[in-house]
Design a protein around this ligand. Structure first.
Ligand code: C5P
Length: 210
């Protein structure tokens, strides 16, 4: 069976002028680990990456993007490419939910800036994807499995990988993670503290079994 993995990773940056942006502390490690695991099994891997300081894994095609809208455009283009096998879309990116309504072409002077920033919603990339088997992540503060189940249904995903970013050894920037696989059929599997590379291999295995 031919398999293709389209993976989003890292943060997005939402600029308000050429020198200021809204973003988050995602390092991209989880997405890069999945990409490495899938490429090691010989699958086609397209990695759509926000700005991170990681090396592209061997055998992976990387597409660099900055904003959420760039990321969506890149994903949409990749999904349009014909492929005679199963496509998996794995969304690990910490996509900024909001972007500034206006992007100034020149650096804003302090005197020109208001203390209120007008924002608008970014597109939900995972939710919008069609024609792929989808896996998403839910980074929560606290153990909120019901929320992961709700996200799984809402985004029509085969699985949501839940993690509590406040738990020790889990979340942004760590090399380990503590996750729960929350599946569309209502089942869930609690995994022990593992390296992100080991979790990447488990996710690829999960995809192979579908
Ligand atoms: O709704 P929430 O942001 O918690 O959902 C997280 C999941 O959705 C992650 O898999 C993330 O990559 C994806 N997502 C996305 N586009 C967004 C927001 C989240 O693909 N705008």
């Amino acid at each position: 069976m031919k398999r293709r993995f389209i993976i989003t990773a890292g943060p997005t940056r939402e600029f308000l002028d050429p020198v200021r942006f809204l973003s988050n502390p995602s390092t991209g490690r989880m997405g890069y680990a999945i990409a490495r695991a899938a490429a090691a099994k010989g699958y086609e891997v397209e990695l759509v990456s926000g700005p991170v300081a990681l090396r592209t894994p061997k055998g992976v095609v990387r597409h660099d993007v900055v904003s959420a809208r760039d990321m969506k455009r890149s994903v949409d283009l990749l999904l349009k490419q014909p492929f005679d096998g199963k496509t998996f879309f794995i969304a690990t990116a910490a996509v900024a939910d909001w972007r500034p309504k206006k992007i100034a072409a020149k650096k804003l002077k302090k005197s020109e800036m208001s203390s209120v920033l007008e924002l608008e919603r970014n597109p939900d990339i995972l939710k919008s994807v069609k024609g792929a088997i989808k896996i998403g992540f839910a980074a929560e503060t606290g153990s909120n499995i019901e929320e992961a189940q709700r996200k799984c249904r809402d985004k029509d995903a085969a699985m949501i990988v839940f993690n509590d970013v406040t738990s020790p050894g889990a979340g942004f920037g760590t090399i380990t993670n503590r996750v729960v696989f929350v599946c569309a059929d209502g089942r869930s599997e609690v995994l022990p503290l593992m390296t992100k590379d080991a979790i990447g291999r488990r996710i690829v295995k999960f995809c192979e079994a579908l």
